[in-house]
Design a protein around this ligand. Structure first.
Ligand SMILES: *Cc1c(COP(=O)(O)O)cnc(C)c1O
Length: 366
């Protein structure tokens, strides 16, 4: 294949097991955004086959797609727009994250209509400023949740919040706020099966944030949640390997331009290798002049402008043939460039790299 995104589902399963061993809490596997670009259905099926504690997406539509694929594991979705279809969510046993009185009323109305019970996770904002009830709104949200629970319309399954990862100190302030909010809810009469706060970084770094459940995304895919937290040092394995085949090789004289804008010109007679992987495949154009790829055991700088469909490597006198594999990123343990390195070269984070990779490149699962 001209372009390949290899997904190692065994690595994802092994990472899940590794994360399970790191904590006494339950582990929620985050498969939003097409499992961070790794293929939501395939990843969810794999995780279900090893008995995942819970799956989660952001959108209900993603969760619906998981159910439509026949996956029955516990499943949560927490990001809803106007007109979200809570009725089908409840029918399909999708747990719903919510944080406002108005939202709870909508969910309860849907439950009433189909004579069913909605499973809720209530979110409190402990500082991040995204969704979640403010501490001021919290008592009324809890009051409403208790009222609906007593009417048999909702079940209070979880209570959660999300950390900013600004610093250990900031995260610990959020943890304390969260514990205060959970205690306030308990005093008002709301008990939850699962308190969950930690995403990958806190799961790996701060045991005291694990509570009843952790929510892991990036670590499940074997990547670093931040530059200070190296996934490989916990035994986690990168699950995505991106490569392309050289499709053209030619000799050119010194002074030959290479790709748009002639950012690179050959300094001596040399060989140019054309690789069909461009910014349409999610290779950031801004990585031009900075990222390196692996070809026949050697790293080459992307010295010429990354284009929509392709980039060109100046390989000097090295012998390169059509069909040779160019690794864009993979596993550092195998000497390959990493998603983290490409992210650094692109002024972004590995999360953005793996979620954006695609275009015409097809996933192959192993
Ligand atoms: C995306 C997300 C996660 C997963 O974060 P990672 O850093 O990838 O582990 C966890 N919780 C919430 C609320 C999220 O939005």
């Amino acid at each position: 294949m001209m372009r390949t995104i290899e997904i190692n589902l065994e690595a994802i399963a092994a990472n899940y097991e590794t994360l399970k061993k790191l904590t006494e809490a339950k582990v929620m596997a985050i498969v939003k955004a097409d499992a961070f670009g790794h293929g939501m259905i395939e990843v969810s099926k794999k995780l279900e086959s090893i008995g995942v504690d819970m799956l989660a997406t952001a959108d209900l539509e993603e969760a619906q797609n998981i159910r439509a694929a026949g996956i029955a594991s516990p499943l949560l979705a927490w990001l809803h727009g106007e007109g979200a279809d809570f009725e089908s969510a409840i029918k399909n046993d999708i747990q719903i994250g919510f944080s406002s009185v108005a939202g709870l009323e909508q969910v309860a109305a849907a439950a009433r209509k189909i004579s069913s019970v909605a499973k809720l996770h209530l979110k409190v904002d402990t500082g991040l400023g995204r969704n979640g009830a403010t501490l001021a709104e919290w008592p009324s949200v809890i009051g409403k949740a208790i009222e609906l629970r007593n009417q048999g319309l909702v079940e209070l399954v979880g209570v959660f919040s999300h950390l900013s990862g600004t610093s250990e100190k900031d995260d610990m302030v959020q943890l304390a706020e969260f514990e205060t909010a959970v205690e306030a809810a308990r005093k008002l009469g709301a008990e939850f099966e699962y308190r969950h706060l930690a995403a990958s970084a806190a799961t790996l770094n701060y045991k005291n944030t694990h509570l009843d459940m952790v929510r892991v995304g990036i670590a499940l895919y074997g990547l670093d949640p931040n530059p200070e937290t190296v996934a490989a040092s916990f035994g986690l394995i990168p699950a995505m390997r991106v490569s392309a085949e050289v499709v053209s090789v030619k000799q050119v004289p010194a002074g030959h331009g290479v790709s748009y804008g002639y950012l690179h010109k050959t300094s001596e007679p040399t060989t140019l290798a054309l690789v069909p992987f461009g910014y349409a495949e999610g290779l950031p154009r801004i990585a031009t002049g900075k990222a390196r790829v692996l070809l026949n055991g050697k790293r080459y700088l992307l010295s010429s402008r990354i284009a929509m469909d392709q980039f060109v490597l100046d390989v000097g006198n090295d012998k390169v043939s059509i069909g040779d594999e160019v690794v864009i990123f993979g596993d550092a343990k195998k000497g390959e460039p990493t998603a983290e390195e490409l992210a650094d070269a692109s002024e972004t984070i590995n999360y953005e790299i793996v979620t954006r990779i695609g275009g015409r490149a097809k996933r192959v699962f192993k």
